[in-house]
Design a protein around this ligand. Structure first.
Ligand SMILES: Nc1ncnc2c1ncn2[C@@H]1O[C@H](COP(=O)(O)OP(=O)(O)OP(=O)(O)O)[C@@H](O)[C@H]1O
Length: 254
């Protein structure tokens, strides 16, 4: 049997735009009339001080209810509704302990009542280096291995837009470097918007860095160092950019 085709046609080659995003809780306006543009394909990393509304913006883009006073418009060239075209990866892997790893990868299809594709799930596990773990249960895996299962599950969803809320925050530095490289390769055909608190992670992965600042917050676009992601974190240029970004973020927090 031929291997499953893991290529992906996004139909969003012109990028994706968010317009007029507004979020308020009562009198407290977190952001208003915020716009951002996400390249397709490409990684955008969203940074900003704690509480400025990064996760809320991501949740709003995912169509989740955040507040009675929350609104945004999302458009891309396809003009298809976004509900079926978004994958989510958060800090918690949300793997079901009573299902084997391969069944966790296919969970979305099962929950939607669709026919699962075990060959495709297996091929994605192989791609994340976890083919050997397909029949294991999640609790028998390390944190880094579980994160790779969650990545395979995200990839299983053929969604052009992948929203990530600090997906690698709980991992140690070496495990993070490894999963950065894998995620970068495997999600290279998607539009990724990732919230992160780690400037180095943003510099390593981002095609663009978006910084939320101010009250109400607005979004500033910062270009990362030259070179294609995943960038080597040990170069002098990365160290310099890391320092500059940390300073900028510290100033924002003052
Ligand atoms: N239901 C709610 N009612 C009132 N305030 C809320 C509600 N949900 C969130 N907030 C507030 O909205 C603000 C933005 O929260 P959000 O989690 O989006 O921030 P964030 O930038 O992602 O923060 P962090 O970086 O710490 O995760 C916070 O101050 C939070 O307390």
């Amino acid at each position: 049997m031929p291997p499953p085709d893991l290529r992906f046609e996004s139909h969003t080659s012109d990028g994706l735009w968010v317009h007029q995003a507004r979020l308020a809780f009562g009198d407290r306006v977190l952001f208003d009339d915020v716009s951002l543009s996400l390249p397709a394909p490409g990684w955008s990393c969203l940074l900003g001080r704690s509480g400025c509304g990064k996760s809320s913006l991501l949740r709003m883009m995912a169509g989740l209810s955040v507040s009675n006073d929350a609104h945004l418009t999302m458009v891309d060239a396809s003009h298809h509704p976004f509900e079926q075209r978004i994958a989510w990866m958060g800090q918690q892997d949300l793997l079901l302990p009573w299902r084997r790893v391969i069944d966790n990868v296919q969970l979305g299809a099962v929950m939607r009542g669709e026919r699962a594709d075990p060959d495709r799930a297996m091929a994605l596990l192989e791609k994340t280096g976890l083919g050997w773990a397909a029949r294991r249960y999640p609790q028998t895996l390390s944190g880094g291995e579980r994160a790779r299962v969650a990545l395979a599950r995200t990839l299983y969803e053929q969604a052009p837009l992948v929203l990530m809320d600090e997906p690698f925050a709980a991992l140690d530095a070496m495990t993070r470097l490894d999963i950065h490289a894998r995620a970068c390769e495997l999600l290279s055909d998607r539009i990724v918007l990732m919230v992160t608190h780690d400037p180095l992670e943003a510099l390593r992965l981002g095609d663009q860095l978006l910084i939320m600042r101010g009250s109400p917050a607005r979004i500033e676009r910062v270009l990362p160092p030259e070179g294609a992601p995943p960038r080597d974190p040990t170069t002098a240029s990365m160290s310099r950019h890391h320092g500059e970004l940390l300073t900028a973020l510290t100033e924002l927090s003052a």
